[in-house]
Design a protein around this ligand. Structure first.
Ligand code: UDP
Ligand code: MG
Length: 327
């Protein structure tokens, strides 16, 4: 079923979606490895590179590679929108009968793609590559991830397979469903789980980053975790009803105790420290609950604005060459 001679404009079997944010140093190695691996597969392919507002020469290098191999295509976003939206942009542009998302830093070994295609041909609609261990990460990141997955599993309406990331194959049916989802806060791992379909996992070993540094610092991971939880459960909003009822019941009992005590023992000297502790503690609790409401309200706000999810500056390689009109 090889049709590698097909025109670069007819839909291929396989689309790769590669989000890139300042990955210039990785591109030569990446395209080399991909060409090797994909060349050995019995499937036509395209590589959809999504530039997520890089400030290095990622765009120029991808355009360069496109000149040599038209199957390498570029979607350039107008600024940095974050990995989730870069993936979304890639899924919108990919035209393959199945799509594999893969990081640009070679942490996801391309050799696994062959195995994914086999599973897809067996009839699975989503093939999830699951990392064997997290030995490559710091103890802090590992335990933070553990807490997040534990919490998410408990409160959310969907379950995330442990160790599953964005490295996975999606059938065209799945991609169409994801493309039709209008939500702005896109926690992709949650969305993949939400859509369902016939899924299978295959294990892989994470490689160290080829060049450059991770783009996710502690703050970005925190935002991602909050996005994930607020997009998939409203439990954090509802716990305050129970917390409030509990505190009110406690206050009532405590009040009764004081009335009885005053009636029996007379007026007591007021307890200043307990007053301060109670005031500061419950002010803290109230601010947290306001913050939680704020998180959800912020999301409602960004949804109702109905802005586009991402803005494309240019797309290279998706249709017959159109020249820019002179200004
Ligand atoms: N990435 C992106 N936009 C961002 C951050 C990251 O497109 O705002 C891309 C990045 O170029 C890489 C992939 O997402 O291809 C994974 O990022 P990274 O390797 O920094 O994350 P980690 O592997 O440390 O989780
Ligand atoms: Mg990485």
């Amino acid at each position: 079923m090889t049709n590698s001679s097909a025109s670069p404009f007819s839909p291929p079997i396989l689309s790769l979606v590669v989000p890139m944010f300042n990955e210039a140093g990785n591109l030569d190695g990446l395209f080399d490895r991909l060409a090797q691996v994909l060349g050995g597969l019995d499937a036509s392919y395209e590589i959809v590179c999504v530039d997520d507002g890089s400030s290095d020469d990622t765009v120029a290098r991808v355009v360069d590679h496109h000149g040599r191999d038209p199957r390498i295509k570029l979607v350039e976003l107008s600024r940095n929108f974050g990995k989730e939206l870069a993936l979304t942009a890639g899924l919108k542009h990919a035209r393959g009968r199945c799509v594999v998302m893969i990081d640009a830093d070679l942490q996801h070994p391309p050799e696994v793609i062959g195995e994914m295609l086999e599973k897809w041909r067996e009839g699975y609609e989503m093939v999830i590559a699951v990392r064997r261990g997290r030995d490559d990460e710091s103890a802090f990141k590992r335990s933070a991830a553990k807490v997040f997955y534990e919490l998410f599993g408990r409160v959310s309406e969907v379950q995330l397979p442990r160790g599953a990331g964005d490295f996975r194959l999606l059938d065209r049916k799945v991609v169409d469903v994801l493309n039709a989802m209008p939500e702005h806060t896109r926690f992709m791992k949650g969305l993949y789980a939400w859509v369902g379909f016939r899924q299978v996992t295959i294990p892989y070993d994470v490689a160290p980053r080829a060049a450059g540094q991770t783009k996710f610092n502690a703050f970005r991971l925190w935002r991602l975790a909050i996005d994930g939880i607020t997009s998939f459960t409203s439990v954090p909003l509802k716990v305050w009803t129970f917390a409030g009822m509990l505190v009110a019941a406690f206050a009532l009992l405590y009040g009764l105790l004081f009335i009885v005590k005053t009636l029996i023992l007379g007026i007591d000297v007021p307890g200043y420290p307990s007053l301060i502790v109670a005031i500061t503690f419950f002010s803290g609790v109230q601010l947290i609950s306001l913050g939680v409401i704020g998180e959800y309200l912020g999301r409602v706000f960004s949804e109702v604005k109905q802005r586009p999810l991402f803005v494309v500056r240019q797309a290279v390689g998706f249709e017959a060459e159109t020249k820019d009109e002179p200004r």
